[in-house]
Design a binder for this molecule. Sequence first.
Ligand SMILES: NC(=O)C1=CN([C@@H]2O[C@H](COP(=O)(O)OP(=O)(O)OC[C@H]3O[C@@H](n4cnc5c(N)ncnc54)[C@H](O)[C@@H]3O)[C@@H](O)[C@H]2O)C=CC1
Ligand SMILES: O=C([O-])C1=[NH+]CCC1
Length: 341
Amino acid sequence: MKNFLLLNKLLHLYRTPEDQTYRMLFVDESTVKKILTWENTFKAVEAAMQRVSDGRIVQKPRIMTFIPNTSNVMGTMPGYLQDKQFGALGCKIVTSFPNNAKLENPLPSVNANIMILDETTGIMKAVIAGTEITTQRTAAASAVATKYLYVNQSKPCIVLAVLGTGVQGKIHAEMFRHFFHFQEVRLWNRTKETARSLAEELNKKYNTDSFKYYEDNESCVRGADVIVTTTNSPVAIVRLSWLKPGAHLNAVGANRHHFNELDKEVYRNGDLFVDSVETSQAEIAGLDSVADNLKGEVGAVINGTLKNSPNDRITIFNGIGKFLRYRIGVVPQKELQILRL
Ligand SMILES: NC(=O)C1=CN([C@@H]2O[C@H](COP(=O)(O)OP(=O)(O)OC[C@H]3O[C@@H](n4cnc5c(N)ncnc54)[C@H](O)[C@@H]3O)[C@@H](O)[C@H]2O)C=CC1
Ligand SMILES: O=C([O-])C1=[NH+]CCC1
């Protein structure tokens, strides 16, 4: 109720001159931050993945607009889900502008907004600031995949390796320790100082010494049970020979291209799972060695229609990200039922 009132207060109401009854809502970042919880985001992403694999969505591969002569990209992700509780027609626009961090007043490199349209009239009902949602649901998607592909197989959760300690690296380190109780969380970053200071910050925050800073990616990865990559690296930063049999990897980093952070040999020798086969196809195209070992969707594993890999197989989750994960990431919480006005 408190959140509901808060949301009401912060909503920006807009009446069109033509139709005084139509109101468009804007939910800003600070409101989203107050409302989202990791638990709810996890449950929502889990539900979204199941629905994707149930076939209850209309969702095409996202459109990536690459800005020439830069490393900047805009992704447009439209989608529709028919569902009384979670149903949505909408579109997310997300940008990845890696140099934002170097601005005089640094900004996140990934920024997003989500447009929600009325399912009957097609009129836009709301714009939800989507940056925090993107941050949380991306880590939650990796966590859901890790739960169903790895943790539920009773595999060890002792050492987590996180490569890349930007926004995604940080939230993955925290969320994975929270959900899976890793004893050691290793952090590596191309700029060493960033990983060192994140380890220091998180050790202080959680009053622990379990966050360890690593100077090189190989030693960070060797011996790890679960590995997360969250960089813009255009070249592989994880090699097959460094991995334990049965290790699980979440390859998150994207920017201009997915499927770059792991060496092709990792894909050739592992089982690849995605959040949506249809929306992943376009980005997998051309990477034949990746496509060969594509097993299917995490949602199908959750639904029990796709078998898990044998325990000694390396498993990989590549989350492409898509509109529905964001929408569902917000809606199940009572407070945002207001969007159903
Ligand atoms: N799969 C998905 O659904 C999502 C993917 N992403 C992607 O995840 C990545 C990280 O996003 P954020 O943490 O928000 O960005 P960020 O800007 O906060 O962090 C970027 C990280 O990449 C590292 N990096 C950049 N260039 C590198 C290189 N050449 N080699 C090695 N490391 C390099 C930086 O040191 C930093 O750790 C980006 O590629 C972003 O596009 C972000 C959100 C959703
Ligand atoms: O799915 C997503 O939100 C993103 N993928 C790459 C940058 C952001």
